[in-house]
Design a protein around this ligand. Structure first.
Ligand code: HSE
Length: 431
């Protein structure tokens, strides 16, 4: 058998420790598949003494992960530290500069510096793999880069953040409001103490930027992603969605349009019968629409030690077997131009919820604004009567409308004296 592939693992948090446990259990299976043994030779983490449920005493210890990346005994650097900048970036750059392949789970790093890292890796002729960076255990990177390489993609979309999906699912099932579900999720350890990356859509946007590059062979451009999270989704909206035959999901969507590539992360109303509407809890899903394959859907756990370690291990087996592909499917020198479609050119139907005082003429005022912006209403619901001075919800579904007109109309409607809360809008996504 060929000599073992020597790994240096930087970062021994949930994913790093999970990866060491996977290797301890799966090393024979992986060696058979790779055609050579795989061995960890060095590790680095913040705290050497922490109990990780796995014995690290046999590995060379580095206090400094950058020193691990430069260690001549290490052939492949596995970066599991995280973070867009700082030491994780230096570790990857150092590994590449030393001619070593890099495997990383770091979506933030790739979303911001992916194009640059890909260029460096190609110049150094070393692989840069990141299956674990998108949708955890779901092998979507390999699927887009290799399994579906014969297709041109119309659209790739998915549920890319398990925390948000868990919260929305709980809201749907319990009828409770966002904050109470978030508080409970934090108490149970399902949501981070600072959950903003997850619930404000940033984590999903990082992953989407990577998927866009893989699907459309353009440089990763996180700055072009329109990002909205789920903080403003209310129990009332969830209830109306159900009544209208929809489910609310935080979707990440990348799509080729006449205006360029549209990348957006925002809550969507989707047909309650669509397969992705049934992807609940912490699960992730990605749907890729290719011109020959048609629609394919990938579902699985998007986070956690086991699923993420599974994705890291797949990259390691590829490296050990000397299977190579450009990081984003085509060499960085062959990236196509990236034209970002502006969000205000987005077109689609909209769900709009207003809280209005129940007086004669209210609907006429709202309708006048919509008429002025040439927005056509498909249906309108007003339920119940409110006492004087109290508000009732009015819900409208529009026909296909341009975002710019919708934004302008909502701004004007929000200033009407009879409208007592900021209007809420959720885009309806045809799937
Ligand atoms: N925090 C992410 C999630 C997983 O909730 O899906 C890591 O990106």
């Amino acid at each position: 058998m060929t000599a073992p592939l020597a790994l240096g693992v930087a970062g021994l948090g949930t994913v790093g420790a999970g990866f060491l446990r996977l290797l301890a259990e799966q090393s024979e299976v992986m060696a058979r598949r790779a055609g050579r043994p795989i061995q960890v030779v060095a590790v680095s983490a913040r705290d050497r003494m922490r109990d990780r449920g796995t014995d690290i005493s046999a590995f060379r210890w580095h206090d400094d992960p950058v020193a691990l990346a430069a260690d001549p005994a290490v052939a492949v650097v596995v970066e599991l530290i995280g973070g867009a900048d700082g030491v994780a970036k230096t570790v990857c750059e150092t590994a590449i500069a030393n001619g070593k392949p890099v495997v990383t789970a770091n979506k933030a790093l790739l979303a911001i510096h992916g194009a640059d890292l890909a260029k460096r890796a190609e110049a150094a002729k070393v692989p840069l793999y990141f299956e674990a960076a998108v949708a955890g255990g779901v092998p979507i990177v390999k699927a887009l880069r290799e399994g579906l390489a014969g297709n041109s993609f119309r659209r790739v979309f998915g549920i890319l953040n398990g925390t948000s999906n868990y919260i929305l699912t709980q809201m749907q099932e319990s009828g409770r409001d966002f904050q109470s579900v978030l508080d409970e999720a934090q108490g149970l350890g399902y949501a981070e103490a600072d959950p903003s990356f997850d619930i404000d859509g940033v984590d999903a946007a990082h992953k989407l930027a990577i998927l866009t590059s893989l699907a459309f062979n353009c440089p990763v451009d996180f700055s072009a992603v329109h990002v909205e999270g789920i903080r403003h989704v209310s129990a009332l909206d969830i209830a109306f969605a159900r009544e209208l035959g929809y489910r609310i999901k935080l979707l990440a969507i990348t799509q080729a349009t006449a205006n360029g590539i549209a990348q957006r992360v925002h809550p969507c109303m989707i047909d309650a019968e669509s397969p992705i509407a049934h992807v609940d809890g912490v699960f992730n899903a990605v749907v890729a629409e290719g011109n020959f394959v048609d629609r394919t859907m990938f579902v699985g756990r998007g986070a956690g030690a086991g699923p993420t370690a599974s994705a890291v291990a797949a990259d390691i087996v590829d490296l050990a077997a000397a299977r190579q592909a450009p990081p984003f499917g085509v060499p960085a020198s062959k990236f196509g131009r990236f034209e970002a479609a502006p969000m205000d050119r987005h077109r689609g139907p909209y769900y709009v919820r207003l809280m209005v005082y129940d007086r004669p003429g209210v609907i006429a005022d709202i309708a006048a604004v919509l008429r002025d912006e040439r927005i056509s209403i498909e249906s309108l619901i007003q339920r119940g009567r409110a006492a004087p001075g109290q508000a009732v919800p009015v819900v409208m579904i529009t026909h296909e409308t341009e975002e710019a007109a919708m934004v302008k109309a909502l701004e004007k409607i929000g200033h009407l004296a009879t409208v007592c809360e900021r209007p809420r809008m959720i885009r309806i996504e045809g799937l």
